[in-house]
Write a protein that binds this ligand. Structure first.
Ligand code: NI
Length: 280
């Protein structure tokens, strides 16, 4: 894949005590700007080229979070893990550097202790696909202890109409809640928390301008609506964390077990992708 060179950009942003306190109380944060307009235009070009690849249906390429594993139709809720393995320059962006700085402040560790990886989530114009209410940690390995957060940057303004992030303040202080695959179909990768209507009464929407970002804790309940606008809703997510540790008290995420052999298949594919990239 060929891309024009990453535009030279110098833009540094940081957060202070007020933001750190807000995040620790609420589990999320909005940051008005983490990158430049010029870099955003470059990221959009890269993003569109990556998402134009034919879906593989598996974790090694474009897959659909909302449909059975292995589906190669045009995705309704397309995802690509670790785009930085295909475009290493992404790690040199102002966006990545600013997000890394903000993440290390919120994780309370020095930047050198923080590991990171990215993924893309795509909703085409007028797409009916929602990303249902979930905690990210519900997807992860229940035997591991995590200290992680994600920084979500839309590559255009994020609005209520095109599917900005929504959060339930304070839910990051809960354990991982019971989840089920979307539509209770164990072949589907996407998860939804059980009983979302009851759990999300206090939800807040976080519209942000282009170039801004939202941050959320790995146990924060979050959601994005269908894209009802006439343009695509591109989102780039970076996840940051300190190295994972084996939990002293093991957990069981039975919803992963219900995904039967598909889970094992996913796990192996994810492992292969991560080993190839040298990422987390
Ligand atoms: Ni999520």
């Amino acid at each position: 894949m060929q891309f024009r060179p990453l535009p030279a950009a110098s833009f540094e942003t940081d957060i202070g005590e007020n933001e750190i306190t807000f995040y620790s109380e609420n589990g999320y944060l909005s940051v008005p700007r983490v990158t430049t307009d010029e870099e955003l235009a470059w990221l959009r070009e890269v993003y569109d080229q990556l998402l134009a690849m034919a879906p593989t249906g598996y974790l090694d390429g474009i897959f659909d979070l909302s449909r059975p594993y292995g589906t190669t139709d045009v995705p309704k809720l397309g995802q690509l893990l670790l785009p930085e393995r295909l475009v290493p320059q992404i790690r040199q962006t102002v966006f990545w550097r600013n997000a890394h700085r903000i993440a290390s402040r919120l994780l309370g560790v020095t930047p050198t202790k923080v590991e990171s990886w990215g993924h893309l989530i795509f909703k085409g114009a007028d797409s009916p696909a929602e990303t249902p209410w979930h905690q990210d940690e519900a997807y992860w390995d229940p035997t591991q202890e995590y200290s992680e957060l994600s920084i979500w940057i839309p590559l255009q303004a994020a609005t209520l109409e095109n599917g900005c992030m929504q959060f339930v303040p304070g839910t990051h202080r809960q354990e991982v809640l019971p989840h089920h695959p979307i539509g209770n179909d164990p072949r589907i990768i996407g998860l939804e928390v059980d009983d979302p209507e009851r759990l999300t009464a206090g939800a807040v929407a976080c519209p942000i301008p282009a170039g801004g970002a939202t941050v959320h804790h790995s146990r924060m309940l979050h959601y994005t609506s269908p894209n009802r606008s006439d343009g695509p809703r591109r989102a780039y997510i970076l996840t940051f964390g300190t190295p994972r540790r084996q939990r002293a008290v093991p957990r069981r995420f039975y919803w992963q077990e219900q995904q039967q052999t598909k889970w094992q298949e996913r796990h192996e594919a994810a492992k292969a992708v991560r080993e190839k990239s040298g990422g987390m």
